[in-house]
Ligand binder design. Sequence first.
Ligand SMILES: Nc1ncnc2c1ncn2[C@@H]1O[C@H](COP(=O)(O)OP(=O)(O)O)[C@@H](O)[C@H]1O
Ligand SMILES: N[C@@H](CCC(=O)OP(=O)(O)O)C(=O)O
Length: 391
Amino acid sequence: MNIVPTPMSEQALPPWRRCVLKVGSSLLAASDGGLSTRYALGIAQFIAACHADGKQVVLVSSGAVAGGRAILRERGAEATTLAARQALAAVGQTKMIALWQRFFDRPTAQILLTHDDLRNRRRYLNARATLRELLRLDVLPVVNENDSVAVEELKLGDNDNLAAIVAALVDADVLLIATDIDGLYSANPRTDPNAQPIADVAAITPQILAMAGGAGSISGTGGMRTKLEAAAKAAAAGIDTVLFNGTDAQCLRLLAQDRLRGTRIRASGTHLQARKYWLRHAPAEVGGIVVDAGAARALAAGGASLLPGGIVAAEGEFKRGDMVEIYLRDEHTQQVIARGISQYAASEIRRIAGKHTREIETLLGYSYGDSVVHRDDLVACDPAPSASMLK
Ligand SMILES: Nc1ncnc2c1ncn2[C@@H]1O[C@H](COP(=O)(O)OP(=O)(O)O)[C@@H](O)[C@H]1O
Ligand SMILES: N[C@@H](CCC(=O)OP(=O)(O)O)C(=O)O
C-alpha cells in the first residue's frame, strides 16, 4: 500500500546567515546501488541560492556507504566484515565528494570527523578553526563521519547527530535536515495512514520522541528518531532544526526564500543566549589571564577578541581549549572582567604576553591564530572581585 501523507502547512522562518545542511543517504542512494544526482541537483541549486544571498552553508553529507556498495557489487564481493565495510566506505566517500563537486564553481572541501575529533578538546578546536577558515574563504565544506577508520563501538553512526554537533561547532544559526519525507508526523506515515503532520515543535518531549520510528529505506540510518535526537542537541546549543523534504523541488525553492513546508523544532533560547550562558557558567580552570586596562575596556565593551598585546600575565597551568577567567588587577584589587576559551596554553601565553600578534609565530614556532581568546568564545562579566584570587 502506498500511503500519501497529509502535506505540511507553510510557515515563515527567521532569517539566518550560517546553516548546517544535512543530506541523508535516502536522497543520494540510487535504487540500483551507488549514488544518484536525481535529488542532489535540487539541493545543490538551493545551496547556490544561499551562496548568492551571502549565506554560508556547511554540508553534512551521507552517501559513502551507499556509494561504495555498488562498486563492491560490481566485483561480486560482500561487506561481511568490519574491514570490508570500512573499505567500502573509503571507496564510496570519493564518489560522494565527486557527486557534490561537479555542481559548484566554488571549491568543495572534504572534512572527515571521528568521535575522537569531537571529544578531544584540541582536535575539536582545530576542526572548528579549519571549518571557520573554509567558510571565510568561500569554500563549501562537505563533512561526513570518517567511516573507514572509526572504531565500531565509538561510531556516531548516523549523520543526523553528527550534523547537530557540527552545527554547534561552527555556531550555525540553523540546522537544516533534508530527508525523503516532508517532516515529522505523529507516526511513521509509511506505515500509519492516520499520521498527522507536525509543523512546529516547541521542545523535544518524551511524547514527541515516541512519535519517531526507524529508517524509511534500506539506505537510511536511524529514521526520525536520530533526527529528533539531533534536534534536541541543536536546541540545547540554541539552534533551531528544520526537517524538510529534499526530494521536493518546490519545497527547496521556498526554503531559499526562508519559507518552510516542513517541521521547525525550536531551540529553548537564542543561539547567543545558549552560548553566553555556557561561557558564563562552565567551570573555569584555576588561574587565568591578567590583562591591562586597555584590553579590559575593549573586552567589557563587547565584540573584541583578546590579543597577546593586552596580556600582562598568565597564571596557573591551563591548556589550549580550557575555560579561563580574565582579570584586571591593580595593587589592591583583582576583578574578573570576562571569561572565555583560551586558544593558547598558559605556558605559551607567558611567551607571547605583551607582544604583537605578528610575533606569535616567531616566538612559538607556530600559531593558532591572532586571538588568545576569540570574541565568539568570550563573555564579559559584571564587575565583581574574584574571591579565589583576592589576596
Ligand atoms: N514519525 C515519523 N514521521 C516522519 N517520518 C518517520 C517517522 N517515523 C519514522 N519515519 C521514517 O523516517 C524516514 C527518514 O529517515 P531515514 O530513512 O533515516 O532517512 P535519511 O537517510 O534521510 O536520514 C522516513 O522516510 C520515514 O519512513
Ligand atoms: N556516514 C554514513 C552515513 C550514515 C547515515 O547517517 O546515513 P543517513 O541516516 O542516511 O544520513 C555514510 O556516509 O554512508
